[in-house]
Design a binder for this molecule. Structure first.
Ligand code: UDP
Ligand code: MG
Length: 338
C-alpha cells in the first residue's frame, strides 16, 4: 500500500480535565516528538469542563503554536465523550488519541507511523507493564478485561488504553457509531480493520491526579459490559429453565414420596431458603434489566453527545462536522475568550 503521498497530517487528540500543571510538559514533549516525525501535525485539545486554569493555558498555547487547536465543552462530559468530540474535530490522515498526563509516551508515534506505512489501519500501544498503577487497580482492571472478553461480542485487547494510531477511515467508521454510551475501547474494537501493536512501558502521571475512583471505574465497567454484550440479559432465560426443571423434578419426587410415605410437615427451613434464593434471583434479574433500560432511555432521548462552548484555532470555512449539530461557529481563532 502506498501511503507516502505528500506529507501526512497527524492529529493528536487529547481530552483535558483539570490538567493545568501538565500543559507545559505535555506540549513540550508532544510537539518535539511530532516534529521529529517530519510530518505535518495538529493537536486537537478538548477542555472537558476544567475548573482550573486549563482552558486559559490551552488558549495561550494555541496562540503560541497555531497547530494547537482548542475545543471547550460547556461542562464536564467525561473522558470518552471528550475524546469523541476531539475525533469529530480532527482532520488528520492519522489520528492518535492520547492522555494529557504523559502516561502515553508521544515518542512512540514514530514507531506507530512506521507500522501504519506498512499498511496497518490501527496500531495499538500495548502496555508492557503496569507498574505505575496500584496493585488493586491492576487486579480490578485484569478482572474487568477477563469478564468483558468472556461475554463480549467483540473482545477488547487487554492492556491497551486509548493510546493508538488510527487511519482516517477507522476514525470515520467510529464517528458513524451513534450511541451515546461512549465506551471508546469497545467502539475501537468493534470497527475492526487491520490491527497491530507496539509495546511501551506506562509511566506515572507527570503531575496532577487521576480522576478515577472505584465507583467511577465500576460504572465504567458496567457501561463497557452492557455496551459490548447482551449476555447478562439473556442468561436469565437459561437460568430460569434450569431452575424450573430442577423444581419440576423435585416436585415429582415430593409427590411420589407423599403418596408412598404420607405427608410430613417439617421442611420450613428448606422452603424459606428456596423462596429467598429465588426472590433474590428475581431482584438481580430485574436490576440487570434496569441497567439496560436506563441505557436505552439514554439513547432514545437523542440528546447531543456534547455541547461546545467555544473553539479556538478553527476556520469558518471548515464545516464543523461535529456530532453536536451546532451551526458552524464564526472564526474563533484566538478570539472570544478575552
Ligand atoms: N479526563 C477528561 N474528563 C474527565 C476525566 C479525565 O477529559 O472527566 C482526561 C484527563 O485529563 C486525561 C485523560 O482523560 O487526559 C485520562 O485521565 P486520567 O489520567 O485521570 O485517567 P487514568 O490514566 O488514571 O486512567
Ligand atoms: Mg492517566
Amino acid at each position: 500500500m502506498n501511503r507516502r503521498k505528500n506529507r501526512t497530517l497527524i492529529s493528536v487528540t487529547t481530552p483535558f480535565h483539570n490538567e493545568e500543571t501538565n500543559l507545559d510538559p505535555f506540549f513540550f514533549r508532544v510537539e518535539r516528538a511530532l516534529e521529529e516525525t517530519g510530518e505535518d501535525y495538529e493537536i486537537v485539545c478538548v477542555d472537558d469542563g476544567s475548573t482550573d486554569g486549563t482552558l486559559a493555558g490551552l488558549i495561550r498555547h494555541s496562540v503560541r503554536n497555531p497547530r494547537i487547536r482548542v475545543v471547550s465543552l460547556s461542562r464536564n462530559f467525561g473522558k470518552d465523550v471528550a475524546l469523541s468530540a476531539a475525533l469529530d474535530h480532527a482532520r488528520g490522515d492519522v489520528v492518535v488519541p492520547m492522555d494529557a498526563d504523559l502516561q502515553d509516551p508521544p515518542e512512540l508515534i514514530g514507531d506507530m507511523l512506521e507500522k501504519w506505512r506498512e499498511g496497518y489501519d490501527v496500531v495499538h500501544a500495548r502496555r508492557a507493564k503496569r507498574d505505575s498503577d496500584t496493585f488493586l487497580k491492576r487486579l480490578t482492571a485484569r478482572l474487568f478485561y477477563r469478564v468483558h472478553n468472556l461475554i463480549a461480542d467483540v473482545p477488547i485487547p487487554d492492556d491497551t488504553g486509548d493510546f493508538r494510531l488510527m487511519d482516517r477511515k477507522v476514525v470515520e467508521a467510529i464517528r458513524r457509531l451513534p450511541e451515546r454510551t461512549r465506551f471508546m475501547k469497545g467502539l475501537f474494537a468493534w470497527v475492526g480493520f487491520r490491527q497491530t501493536s507496539v509495546e511501551y512501558e506506562r509511566e506515572p502521571r507527570v503531575g496532577g491526579e487521576t480522576k478515577w475512583n472505584y465507583w467511577k471505574l465500576w460504572n465504567f465497567a458496567l457501561d463497557g459490559i452492557t455496551a459490548s454484550s447482551t449476555l447478562p440479559l439473556r442468561v436469565w432465560t437459561y437460568l430460569g429453565f434450569g431452575i424450573s426443571t430442577l423444581a419440576f423434578l423435585y416436585g415429582g419426587w415430593l409427590v411420589g414420596r407423599t403418596l408412598l410415605l404420607g405427608t410430613d410437615v417439617p421442611g420450613y427451613a428448606s422452603m424459606m431458603a428456596a423462596i429467598l434464593f429465588l426472590g433474590g434471583l428475581n431482584i438481580i434479574a430485574t436490576g440487570i434489566l434496569g441497567e439496560y433500560i436506563a441505557r436505552i432511555h439514554n439513547e432514545v432521548r437523542q440528546r447531543p453527545l456534547y455541547i461546545v462552548r467555544e473553539r479556538h484555532g478553527f476556520d469558518e470555512s471548515e464545516t464543523m462536522r461535529a456530532a453536536d449539530g451546532e451551526k458552524p461557529v464564526a472564526r474563533l481563532s484566538g478570539t472570544s475568550h478575552g
